[in-house]
Design a protein around this ligand. Structure first.
Ligand code: F6R
Length: 369
C-alpha cells in the first residue's frame, strides 16, 4: 500500500499537490466556485448568517485558524475558532444565525461530534469539512464539503491539512459571492491563486533536501521554537505540533508579535527558532516587523531558520538558514510554508530512528473523550 515509499507519512506528504487539486476538482467553473453539496443548504441561509464558529481539534483547528483570516477578509463575517472540547463545556452563545463549521479528517473525533450535536440542539446550523465519506460528523451536520485528500494512514495529519485549508478557502469564496462581498474579478483572482497551489507545492517538495539535511544535523536538539504572524501564526503552531508528535521534541509556536510579552525570555545562545516570514508584498506591511523580530532573537543568540518567499533578500543578513517558498498571494502562503515544517519533523524523527507513521501514545482517530 505504501507503493515504494518508506513510510505512509512520506507518501502522504508527497501527495499534497494532488490532495489540493482533487479538492478543487469540479468546484471551479469559469472563475467561480461551485459547491454542489451546499445547494440543498441554500444560499439564503448563507446570507442569513451573522457569524461562524469553527470547531475542531489539533491540526484541523489550525486549518480553521488559517481560514479565519481568509473568510473574514473575503466574506466579512466574524469567524471564531474553538477547540471542540473547550466549546462544548462552556455555554457558548448560539442561535439560528450562527453557522458552526466543523473540521475533521476522520469525521469521528468524539469532541467535535459532540460540539456539532450541541450546536444544532441550540438552533445553530452546521456544515462539516470532512475527509471520510459517510463518517459520523457529516451525518450529524446540515451539509458537508468533503476534502478529497484520499485516505490518510499516518497518524500525523499532512495532506488532510492542506486539503482542509483548500476546502475552507473554496467555502470562503463561495460565501463571498453569495453575500456579494467580492466582485467577479476578485473571486476569479483568488480562485486562480488556489488553482496554482498544486504546482507550487511540487516545487516546494522538490526543494526538500536542504530541510532534510538540516533535520539530520539537528537530531540532538531538545527544544525548537516557531514564530509566525497573520496566516503564518497557525503554521507556527502546526510546525510545533508536528515536531512534538513525531520527534518527541519540546516545541512551541508563538505569534511573532507576542515575543516581547514573554517568549523572548526563552531565547538563549543556540536556541533554534523557525520563523515563517510574511511576504514583503503583503498589504499589511508585516514583513519588516517580522524581520525586526528576527534581528531581536538573533541578537540574543538564536539560531534562525527563516521560511521566506523567493527573492526576499531582507532576511539574508540575519537568518542562519533560509528555506525558500514560491511566490503566492499572502493568504495562500500557509499552503506552501507548512511543507518544510512537516518535512523537518518527519526527517528529524527518522534521524532519531522513530516510527513516523505510528508515534507513541497517539491514535489516528480519537473517538473517546
Ligand atoms: C496531528 C493530528 C491531530 C488531528 C486531530 C483531529 O497531526 O493528526 O491533531 O488533527 O486529532 O483529528 P480529526 O481531523 O480526525 O478530527
Amino acid at each position: 500500500e505504501k507503493g515504494g515509499w518508506s513510510s505512509f507519512m512520506r507518501k502522504e506528504v508527497a501527495e499534497q499537490p494532488e490532495a489540493v487539486q482533487k479538492t478543487i476538482l469540479g468546484r471551479a467553473v469559469d472563475g467561480k466556485v461551485v459547491i454542489p453539496e451546499l445547494e440543498a443548504f441554500g444560499d439564503d441561509r448563507l446570507r442569513d448568517i451573522h457569524r461562524i464558529t469553527v470547531v475542531a481539534c489539533g491540526t484541523a483547528s489550525y486549518a480553521g485558524l488559517v481560514a479565519k483570516y481568509a473568510i473574514e477578509q473575503w466574506a466579512r463575517i466574524p469567524v471564531e475558532v474553538e477547540l471542540s472540547h473547550e466549546f462544548r463545556y462552556r455555554e457558548p452563545v448560539l442561535d439560528e444565525h450562527t453557522l458552526v463549521v466543523s473540521i475533521s479528517q476522520s469525521g469521528e473525533t468524539m469532541d467535535t461530534l459532540m460540539a456539532v450535536k450541541y450546536a444544532r440542539e441550540q438552533g445553530a446550523k452546521a456544515i462539516s469539512i470532512c475527509n471520510t465519506q459517510g463518517a459520523t460528523i457529516p451525518r450529524e451536520s446540515d451539509a458537508v464539503v468533503y476534502t478529497h485528500a484520499g485516505p490518510e494512514v499516518a497518524v500525523a495529519s499532512t495532506k488532510a491539512f492542506v486539503a482542509q485549508i483548500t476546502a475552507l478557502y473554496l467555502f470562503g469564496l463561495h460565501l463571498a459571492r453569495v453575500r456579494g462581498t467580492l466582485d467577479d474579478a476578485a473571486l476569479a483572482e483568488n480562485l486562480a491563486e488556489l488553482q496554482a497551489i498544486p504546482e507550487k507545492l511540487e516545487a516546494v517538495l522538490g526543494e526538500s533536501d536542504g530541510v532534510a539535511q538540516l533535520a539530520h544535523w539537528m537530531a540532538d536538539t531538545r527544544s525548537v521554537l516557531f514564530l509566525g504572524r497573520h496566516v503564518g501564526y497557525p503554521i507556527a503552531l502546526e510546525g510545533a505540533l508536528k515536531l512534538k508528535e513525531l520527534a518527541y521534541i519540546h516545541a512551541e509556536g508563538f505569534a511573532a508579535g507576542e515575543l516581547k510579552h514573554g517568549p523572548i525570555a526563552l531565547i538563549e545562545p543556540g536556541q533554534p527558532v523557525f520563523v515563517v516570514v510574511p511576504s514583503p508584498r503583503g498589504s499589511q506591511n508585516l514583513h519588516p516587523k517580522v524581520v525586526s523580530n528576527i534581528q531581536e532573537i538573533r541578537a540574543r543568540g538564536a539560531r534562525v531558520i527563516a521560511i521566506a518567499e523567493e527573492g526576499d533578500a531582507a532576511v539574508l543578513p540575519f537568518a542562519d538558514e533560509v528555506v525558500r517558498i514560491p511566490l503566492a498571494a499572502p493568504l495562500f502562503e500557509p499552503l506552501l510554508a507548512v511543507v518544510p515544517l512537516q518535512v523537518f519533523a518527519m526527517e528529524l524523527a527518522e534521524a532519531k530512528g522513530l516510527d513516523v507513521d505510528q508515534p507513541r501514545n497517539l491514535a489516528k482517530s480519537v473517538t473517546v473523550e
